[in-house]
Design a protein around this ligand. Structure first.
Ligand code: ATP
Length: 207
């Protein structure tokens, strides 16, 4: 029976990097961030509802969601964040479930890449949870570098989530990403070997 694995971690802990490696091993990845963008893509019912709730300014001149504007509104008005979530979450859920069912029907093991899996209490929606682990200080460093943020900005984002050490205790399996990407690949492949998903490591150091 194919499995449904929830892949999570903290912000900038390495989920996308692990997803890419898992794709190379034949897993199919359903990505919550991609589904969130599809939910409010140009011309969708989802975007029409965002416009009804946030006004004309929520749509840019290309007919796409004006993320900067909507982001600013929800940042300053918590009740608007709830309203946005009430619109978007059910659509994201349906998109992800449909993708998952399609892959399962075709016999694939499925990775659900869900950054806020624990925050949204989605443990029961998957067979098991794998956590990409790194220390908070490495998270902050990688986030500063990837997103060009100051130390303060990076810390604010990291501390707004459940701490990675707490998440570590809630996960079924942990993939250590405190060292190089090559070591990450080895750690992941050790887990895949241990759980019987692969018989040999891929001999490819391209990552
Ligand atoms: P987010 O939740 O913010 O989307 P994520 O968990 O998907 O992040 P990645 O985007 O995979 O994290 O990694 C964050 C950044 O750190 C990226 O720029 C990535 O290239 C880099 N990175 C990931 N793992 C390592 C590593 N072992 N060594 C150095 N850099 C790394």
């Amino acid at each position: 029976m194919p499995k449904v694995i929830g892949l999570t971690g903290g912000i900038a802990s390495g989920k996308s990097t692990v997803s890419e490696l898992l794709t190379a091993h034949g897993f199919k990845v359903v990505d919550a961030d991609v589904a969130s963008r599809k939910a409010v893509a140009k011309g969708t019912e989802g975007l029409a509802r965002v416009k009804a709730a946030f006004g004309e300014e929520a749509i840019d001149e290309n007919g796409e969601m004006n993320r900067a504007y909507v982001g600013e509104v929800v940042f300053n008005h918590p009740e608007k964040r709830l309203e946005l979530n009430e619109i978007v979450h059910p659509i994201v859920h349906d998109i992800m479930e449909a993708e998952k069912d399609e892959y399962l029907k075709a016999g694939y093991n499925v990775i659900m890449d869900i950054p806020l899996l624990f925050e949204n209490e989605l443990q029961d929606a998957v067979d098991e949870v794998w956590l990409v682990y790194t220390s908070e200080s490495i998270q902050i460093d990688r986030l500063m570098e990837r997103n060009n943020l100051s130390m303060e900005e990076a810390k604010a984002r990291v501390y707004s989530q459940i701490s990675i050490d707490k998440k570590r205790r809630m996960a079924d399996h942990v993939i250590d990403n405190r060292d190089s990407k090559l070591e990450l690949k080895q750690n992941l492949e050790n887990l895949l070997l241990e759980l019987g998903y692969i018989e040999n490591q891929i001999d490819d150091a391209s990552l």
